[in-house]
Write a protein that binds this ligand. Sequence first.
Ligand code: FES
Ligand SMILES: [Fe+2]
Length: 337
Amino acid sequence: MYLNNAWYVGAWSSEVNRKPFQRFMLDKPLVFYRKENGEPVALDDRCCHRFAPLSAGWLDGDNIVCGYHGFTYSPSGACVSIPGVEKKPKKIGVMGYPVIEKWGWIWVWMGNAEAVDETKIPDFHYLQDPAWTGHGETLNLKSNYDLVVENLLDLTHAKYVHKTTLATNDVTEFPLTITEQEDTIIVERMMRGIKASPLFAHAGNFTEPVDHRQHIVFTPPCYISINTTVVSAANSMENKSADIRILNALTPETSTTTNYFWNLVRCFALDDEDMTKFLYEGNKFAFSEDQEIIEKQQQMWNTVPNAKPVPFPHDKGIIQKGKLMERLISSEKCNYN
Ligand code: FES
Ligand SMILES: [Fe+2]
């Protein structure tokens, strides 16, 4: 079950051009392309004639032509011409989706077009803020998006899954605080006087104990911002710190696959290309470790789809997120009925 009246990241800006391409979102096939003036377009990728994918066709100005028998659609999805039919077609076409291009990503509104609300895009301005820099990419995971969201809401797994990068051995010793604010959930953990994780030890040049703050923000339906600040525990006044945000958009491709858009940005050593490469590659490796365990986890969930997992104290953020999503999805269903 998905929250429909919401924005989902469909693509990086750089992926969308004058060559139509297909991407599934929430089990639906969409075709993306750009109009001649550069505006992005997202339509159902299924011709209303015999259901051929429009992405296998071509563009004619701002319109898209089905490559099977030539039905032509405008950027709104309306069918505007049919070969051999003189009259302009009326009331046939494919669904068009509201789209916003922001911060280098193409955001698609998957629900009722009358309910479009730009303020529901999470604050990911760091993606293009000149005070921050970084790099990211897309992963395709063979798992439900929820399992990925939940992976990011309980970072105790770093101790076990990310031994060479993000591991903070003391993580399980520090309690969480959970706050719900205006339909977002904030999970916080402050770890004082710990050994820096391998990634942060290098990024911040820490050999001494550090104070490591995790501040994780979940914004429905599928956004996680991991805000991490690491400072020298003894000399926090010296302002020796490493401040990093990992911005994650977990777009359901199908109920058992996810397109995972991520970008790791930092606000220090802005001109240091080696630092960008180091952090990107370290995080990419860590996410490949997540992918391995999550895909195996999905296979086991498939064997007991209705079973209830056993909770532990570090799951508090996950449980709160589950309640919030349940509330939002059921209120959306009520509004539809
Ligand atoms: S299937 Fe598209 S025109 Fe026939
Ligand atoms: Fe992880």
